[in-house]
Design a binder for this molecule. Sequence first.
Ligand SMILES: NC(=O)N[C@@H](CC(=O)O)C(=O)O
Ligand SMILES: [Zn+2]
Ligand SMILES: [Zn+2]
Length: 343
Amino acid sequence: MKLTLTRPDDWHLHLRDGVAMQAVLPDTCRQMGRAIVMPNLKPPVTTVEAAAAYRERILAARPTGSQFEPLMTLYLTETTSAEEVRKAKASGFVHGIKLYPAGATTNSDAGVRDVANAMTALEAMAEVGMPLLVHGEVTDPNVDVFDREAVFIDTVFEPLMQRLPQLRVVFEHITTRQAAEYVAAAPANVAATITAHHLLMNRNALFTGGIRPHHYCLPVLKRELHREALVKAATSGSAKFFLGTDSAPHARHAKEAACGCAGMYTANAAIELYAEAFEQAGALDKLEAFASFNGPAFYGLPRNADTITLLKESWQVPSALTYGEEELVPLRAGEHVHWRCLP
Ligand SMILES: NC(=O)N[C@@H](CC(=O)O)C(=O)O
Ligand SMILES: [Zn+2]
Ligand SMILES: [Zn+2]
């Protein structure tokens, strides 16, 4: 079986920086026309100036001949000014501003403790039509880690939408039935990205035969009923849901540790993993809109003009990839993926 799709884009990607970025970037360039590049570097990308410099480093690291276009984002802090938001809009290369609740995930310490403290920037974003990209989990350590997304909807997301109903928002890497249903029922200015790993795995994958650090990411994998709700949303044909891998590389030693980092690396097999999930759901005919149409429509960008071809053919994922001086263990390392994207 062969599948030809309009070239997809990745609407949620971590490229890191320096040698790590140079190691992972070619994987994304092979498949994706564009990617929304997350700003959680050390230090975070909080200004248009920093985003411009980061963008240049990415462009310079592209493989020869690659037309890949990085779509930059800023990291929202409690001191982000309305002026910086307007500057971002005017730049033409900043496509979103990312809300990390402080402490919620990797490099989120400089994020927002209380959304009320970021209102100046948020109001300016609503005014100029700059999308807010949200890591939607509360950080209260008293809230069960599996409930943090659902609690975020009621305590942060919905109050924000009440206050700024016209704000364009992408609920990033949704993992629960509650989030899928919330986004499906929301107005057209609210959308969501869904990762391949949350479509393919439930929380049992964290403990199959022992603890599996390479299956740990945030928001953490959830129960089967949530996975099923995500599959339903992704394959529903609704334009509110689109592809965002959240491919998040961490060196092997940082994952295989007493306190391992959150994030799965999937960029090397991104579209193939999504094809598996859509095929399992009997919905391969819905893959192209999810991967290649809905994202550009939300972000007000044209669809990619060229195509990619997928073959129904198994291949073995390498047990590790090089990651600068380190090793990177991709999802399915040493195991098989059942679709293959032609080079
Ligand atoms: N998803 C993850 O588990 N990790 C991401 C951060 C994020 O997207 O929350 C990372 O930067 O490593
Ligand atoms: Zn996140
Ligand atoms: Zn992410």
